[in-house]
Design a protein around this ligand. Structure first.
Ligand code: PLP
Length: 399
């Protein structure tokens, strides 16, 4: 008989243990528990359209399930999907991209892992704005990379500039990478095409690998989005079917891979994931033809954005940068709290409104910010807005 293994010396790795939580998921859990008790909940916490995959994607999936065994695809994905994506870049940005440079991946989250391993050595320093999407710093930390946070605020429209990068480059260890998200999560702000071009060229010239997270492209409420691809041959572009295409759970996105990383990323994808889920690739191909349906969703987000901006003004929340794109507002509630986690817990408990505390995106200054996500239905956003205003007014009366 085998002796019982002695597990006293086992422990999680330090780099695994160091990974921070994804606080929005704690809010989702609390909101779900509240809903299970039959209490009302207004979901303005998670960045997930409630609408599901567009009709054309669903039709493509039903047809493919009857017609094909849906086995593995090549590691970079179906040829017809990569050609469809190349046509999209021509139509939307007027940029010519070789379909061979597209790697279809299991959501942009898988894309980050592939890009970071392919582009960086352990110990390399990678910059990003703070506040930012928390998985950037958490994945980099788990891989033994150093996160260089660039604190930005409403005065910078929450985006970094070449001056910030120059300062980071002059620090000991220099700078090997930059993650730029435009529109950004949690702020929805964008860099102008001119600033993007300056940043992309600066990075290329200084040997800083630019990773351009373009997942919220398609969701802009005025300014036209530009892609880093047009300004830099060394940038890695990351995008996904999760947001504009309303397909979070399908786990499908894409990288546009610079020539020098193509073989490396191909080998990494083949070893780590083999390929993105084939059925999701079929759905993605259908979604590329669903523009009318998706533009109608964007109209709902635009009117939700107006509802929330008007409500925040009425609630006296004035420090924020109105979002150019995505479906988020990052609002400074410093006059109401210095503990955004406790504030959000109380708000959910008293009103049913679920928001994400700012500490998910900026562990320090996020104590006095909350993020509103407005990709839900117009009714939910309106009820959530009323609940917030009522809660704030009651608090002001009692203080
Ligand atoms: C800025 C940003 N990048 C990436 C992701 C991850 O998306 P995916 O579903 O494609 O993995 C998110 C999800 O919220 C996000 O906000």
């Amino acid at each position: 008989m085998l002796a019982r293994p002695d597990t006293r010396h086992f422990a999680p790795s330090k780099r695994g243990e160091a990974v921070g939580p994804f606080i929005v998921m704690d809010v989702v859990k609390a909101a779900t528990e509240r809903a299970a008790k039959g209490l009302p909940v207004y979901h303005l916490e998670i960045g997930q359209p409630g609408t599901g995959a567009p009709r054309r994607a669903q039709e493509a999936v039903l047809a493919a399930m009857q017609a094909s065994p849906l086995g593995y695809t090549t590691s970079f994905g179906r040829e017809d999907l990569r050609q469809g994506l190349a046509r999209h870049y021509q139509d939307f940005y007027g940029v010519n991209v070789d379909p061979e440079r597209f790697a279809v991946v299991a959501g942009s989250s898988a894309g980050f892992n592939l890009a970071f391993i392919a582009a960086f050595e352990a110990g390399d320093r990678v910059a990003m704005a703070s506040p930012c999407y928390p998985a950037y710093r958490n994945i980099l930390g788990a891989m033994g990379l150093e996160v260089v946070e660039i604190p930005v605020g409403p005065e910078d429209r929450f985006q970094p500039s070449v001056a910030h990068l120059q300062a980071a480059l002059e620090q000991p260890g220099g700078l090997q990478g930059l993650i730029l998200a435009s529109p950004s999560n949690p702020t929805g702000t964008m860099v102008s095409p001119k600033t993007l071009d300056e940043i992309a060229r600066f990075c290329h010239d200084q040997g800083i690998r630019l990773i351009s997270d373009e997942i919220y492209h398609g969701l802009s409420y005025g300014a036209k989005e530009a892609t880093a691809l047009a300004s830099s041959p060394s940038a890695i572009v990351i995008n996904s079917f999760s947001k504009y295409y309303s397909m979070t759970g399908w786990r499908v996105g894409w990288l546009i891979v610079p020539e020098d990383l193509r073989r490396t990323i191909d080998r990494l994808q083949a070893n780590m994931f083999i390929c993105a889920p084939h059925i999701a690739q079929v759905a993605a191909l259908g979604a590329l033809d669903a523009r009318d349906e998706l533009e109608a969703l964007k109209q709902t987000y635009a009117s939700n954005r107006d509802t929330l901006l008007a409500m925040l003004k009425a609630a006296g929340v004035t420090t924020m940068a109105p979002p150019d794109g995505a479906f988020y507002i990052y609002a400074d509630i410093g006059h109401l709290t210095q503990d955004s986690v406790a504030f959000c817990a109380r708000l959910l408990d008293e009103t049913g409104l679920a928001l994400t505390p700012g500490v998910d995106f900026d562990p320090v200054r996020g104590q006095h910010f909350v993020r509103f996500s407005f990709c839900g239905s117009a009714e939910d956003v309106k009820r959530g807005a009323d609940a917030f205003l009522h809660f704030v007014r009651k608090r002001q009366l009692n203080s």
